[in-house]
Design a protein around this ligand. Structure first.
Ligand code: BMA
Length: 829
């Protein structure tokens, strides 16, 4: 009988869910989660609404069973090898097929396969029973307690379980423990053999050609000859192919691309992607299995070399060092869901739109789905990928735990490693920081830590993904002395003093770290998002419901501490939400502009955090419903390829002006500076023609404004800096000599004129006096603006493009448009 192609019979779709040992069933969607099925069935009330989270706690304490029936053809059942393949089971699962137990699992991050050939009939039933993880956590904790930062309901045991850490709650996320079949599940059936591994290595030759070596491995049930046929295509056209034998199931071939189109991170060039197809052939050269990978031709490395400041820490693409600009990524849903493809894509597009070129997937969530990496490949967003260990000690003294973690790492490295965007594997989040702080080494000795995070995981990366760099922890300071992290001369740093220690934003200016992979400041989401989880009576920052949606214990007091340092008390609840966003944006802008100015000593900054997993007060720049906070608009300006920034010296009355460029080529530009009074009178102005050096910071000049400050007072001097470059980049910076609350801002009499252009509206705003953080919004419709929270000069009408989320006519747009600025936040209308 001629062999045929490997067959995949999907078991995704409609299942039934019940509590284990109960006959009361509700429909279930697979892939999915217990929590989402119960919500859909009306058994759990929307846990994001008010404090409903408290009433959903029982779900995590119960055992749950998913079941379904399915029918197979006789042809499939006759295949030589038949496997049940589960790509994600969360977490302690027992799998039964036609009443027989086929296996048990204990790691939601692994792919599990079980031989089921002998068990299958024409009509079959499958049951997957998930045990609550809580009894196991309690039992293990009684044996040995794991020191951790995020204590869960008095239990310290979450790190005993290979389950998404933040599913137990985090300082931005709800505690909604859920279980389920969270990734694809299928029956895989084949004859002879199947492809089991494909490693693609790239050699970028000095003559510009790229040689790909393709290492293929198979699993086979035959001793007959096998071979592989590989073809590389670009936009559907073949650019190279090869065929080779697979003696004992393994083999290696090569394709050389003579004129490669190189893949670049966003802002450095294009993201051309090639499609590689590998076919497995039997002795008759019939195709029996096939796999495809979309790849980009590039080198992408972490460069660490001794330099004048210590040791470099920067990424380079195709040999060109670049400054990493980006943010940290958390799961997009509070309970692990596969249905987040569109939201994931939108969030990543929003990251690319504000000139980010790197995303760090933080180690307290899960290894993202393939569509996450596909989008990053297309958008040029490099990925710093943590392994999923965060903020806790782990039982790495236990050989079974270590082996489980090793297999988990191999599964995920193999799944993800071909992606052009993948820049770095990192062992964990902040465990070294915890180890430096107190009792953690008593819970997990350093030797055990190093054996797993340096040794086991490092070895998986060097063997399984040999062209990718590995970094043991974030934050990590390299060197023998692990009693240290956040060293400013080497390694990456997490710089949290402004948030956790009430330190003024100016503290960032004292940080000379090489790469800052976390720092952040919280804000409230906008009113529309708050309304989604509250009743009007909850509309007070310290109401129980607003505090429920603030998971960082010191959170609100931190926001208010800095808000009141900078701004006058906002007039009402809604304005307070907005002012908190301006404070957040300002905090991050202080840090980012400083670190960009410090290049090439500092070569990257990733703020905490890009996104939210539910409606909450948090460090995110995009809220749980995808709405941009002020920070995200501000990021579009402070991450833009060329920026002008000014730093005031209050004692001397001077301003240092810098131009920072990430461009690959020199650009010419024009700088205009103008000193205003709050009423909009001009005290002084000047212009300069400048040349902007590529990939570096240039100190342009120091302006001496001491005379004006003495004559008019520091509360009456407002400096606007404007840059326009030959290549069309613009940047504006405003420098004050006192906190904005000290200035008597006058009514800027903001006027907006609107022109409709299809689905978008061009809004031109004019101000009669300096109007800081001017923001636009529509009262009845979500709307994305090309720019927002901007500083307006009196003599300078500014046009932004508005794209409402739903179609809206000009008259409605006009009546819904609200334009406000700083003064409106504290002056009653
Ligand atoms: C960092 C992160 C997260 C946390 C955030 C805010 O430590 O790694 O664990 O949510 O700070 O506290």
């Amino acid at each position: 009988m001629p062999a045929t192609l490997l067959e995949v019979f999907s078991l995704n779709g409609c299942w039934e869910l019940s509590q284990t040992c109960s006959t009361d069933r509700v429909p279930a969607e697979v892939p999915g989660t217990v929590m989402s099925d119960l919500i859909r069935a009306g058994r759990v009330e929307d846990p994001y609404y008010r404090d409903n989270e408290a009433r959903a706690q029982w779900v995590g304490a119960k055992d749950w069973t998913f079941s379904r029936a399915f029918t197979l053809t006789g042809a499939l059942r006759k295949r030589q090898k038949i496997l049940l393949r589960c790509e994600g089971l969360d977490t302690f699962a027992t799998i039964r097929l036609n009443g027989q137990t086929v296996g048990r699992t204990d790691n939601m991050f692994r792919t599990w396969e079980f031989e089921v050939g002998g068990l299958l009939e024409t009509d079959n039933t499958i049951e997957i029973a998930f045990d609550s993880v809580l009894p196991y956590m309690a039992e293990k904790t009684a044996e040995r307690k794991l020191a951790a930062w995020n204590e869960y309901r008095g239990l310290y045991g979450r790190a005993y379980v290979r389950k998404q850490p933040c599913n137990f709650g985090w300082d931005w996320g709800p505690d909604l423990i859920s279980y389920g079949i969270w990734r694809d599940i299928s029956i895989v059936a084949y004859d002879l053999a199947r492809l089991s591994d494909l490693l693609i290595l790239q050699d970028h030759r000095p003559d510009g050609r790229v040689a790909l070596s393709l290492r293929v491995a198979t699993e086979s049930v035959t001793t007959s000859a096998l071979s592989a046929r590989c073809e590389l295509k670009r936009k559907g056209r073949s650019v190279g192919s090869c065929e080779f034998d697979l003696p004992s199931g393994h083999g290696e071939g090569g394709i050389t691309v003579a004129a490669p189109e190189l893949w670049w991170p966003a802002g450095m060039g294009e993201q051309p992607l090639y499609e590689l197809t590998v076919s497995l052939l039997d002795a008759n050269r019939e195709e029996i299995d096939r796999t495809t990978r979309r790849i980009g031709l590039r080198t992408l490395r972490l460069e660490r070399r001794p330099d004048q400041w210590g040791e470099s820490f920067h990424f380079s693409a195709n040999g060109v060092p670049f400054f990493a600009k980006g943010a940290n990524w958390i799961p997009v849903e509070a309970f692990t869901s596969p249905g987040d493809k569109d939201r994931t894509r939108r969030l990543l597009e929003d990251a690319a739109e504000v000139h980010m070129n790197m995303i760090r997937v933080w180690g307290g969530g899960y290894y993202p789905h393939d569509h996450f990496f596909d989008a990053c490949d297309e958008l040029g967003l490099c990925v710093w990928q943590d392994f999923m260990y965060a903020c806790s000690t782990y039982p790495v003294w236990d050989p079974a735990f270590v082996e489980n973690g090793r297999l988990e790492a191999i599964d995920n490295v193999r799944r993800i490693r071909h992606h052009a965007s993948l820049a770095l594997w990192c062992g964990n989040n902040e465990i070294e920081q915890g180890m430096n702080g107190g009792q953690w080494p008593e819970s997990m000795p350093w030797e055990d830590y190093k054996r797993f995070f340096d040794g086991t995981l490092g070895k998986v990366v060097s063997e399984t993904d040999p062209q990718r760099d590995y970094w043991p922890s974030s934050a990590h300071t390299p060197g023998e002395n692990r009693g240290n992290h956040n060293d400013p001369t080497r390694g990456d740093a997490h710089l949290w003093n402004v948030w956790f220690s009430h330190t003024p934003f100016e503290w960032y200016h004292t940080c000379e770290h090489r790469f800052n992979s976390e720092f952040g400041f919280q804000s409230f989401p906008e009113l529309r998002t708050v309304e989604s989880f509250t009743e009007p009576r909850d509309h007070n920052i310290t109401s129980p419901v607003m505090e429920w949606h603030q998971k960082s214990p010191p959170g609100n007091s931190m926001i208010f501490h800095q808000m009141l340092d900078w701004f006058r008390l906002p007039v009402d609840f809604e304005t307070t939400l907005r002012v908190s966003q301006i404070v957040q944006g300002l905090a991050i802008q202080y840090g980012v502009e400083h670190w960009r100015r410090s290049m090439p000593r500092g070569m990257g900054t990733l703020y905490w955090q890009l996104n939210d997993c539910w409606p909450v007060t948090s460090w995110a720049s995009i809220d749980g419903y995808g709405r941009w906070k002020a920070l995200h608009y501000m990021a579009k300006r402070f991450f833009s390829p060329v920026i002008i920034s000014g730093v005031e010296d209050r004692a001397k009355g001077t301003v240092e002006i810098d131009l920072t460029s990430d461009l690959l080529h020199e650009d010419g530009g024009h700088v205009r500076w103008q000193v205003f009074t709050p009423e909009g009178g001009t005290l002084d102005s000047g212009e300069l023609n400048v040349s902007i050096s590529p990939r570096r910071n240039t100190r342009l000049t120091t302006l001496d404004l001491s005379g004006f400050l003495r004559e008019h007072g520091p509360d009456r001097v407002i400096l606007f800096l404007d840059l326009a470059t030959g290549a069309g980049h613009t940047s504006r910076s405003v420098v004050l000599f006192v906190r904005p609350k000290k200035i008597e801002w006058v009514n800027p009499e903001l006027r907006a004129s609107i022109v409709r252009d299809g689905d978008t509206f061009a809004v031109t705003i004019e101000a009669q006096a300096p109007a800081l953080w001017t923001w636009l919004e529509l009262t009845g419709t979500d709307c994305r603006f090309s720019d927002n929270f901007l500083h307006l000069r009196p003599d300078n009408p500014t046009t932004v493009t508005a794209r409402p989320a739903a179609p809206i006519c000009l008259a409605d747009f006009r009546s819904q448009l609200r334009v406000r600025s700083l003064r409106d936040t504290y002056v009653q209308p």
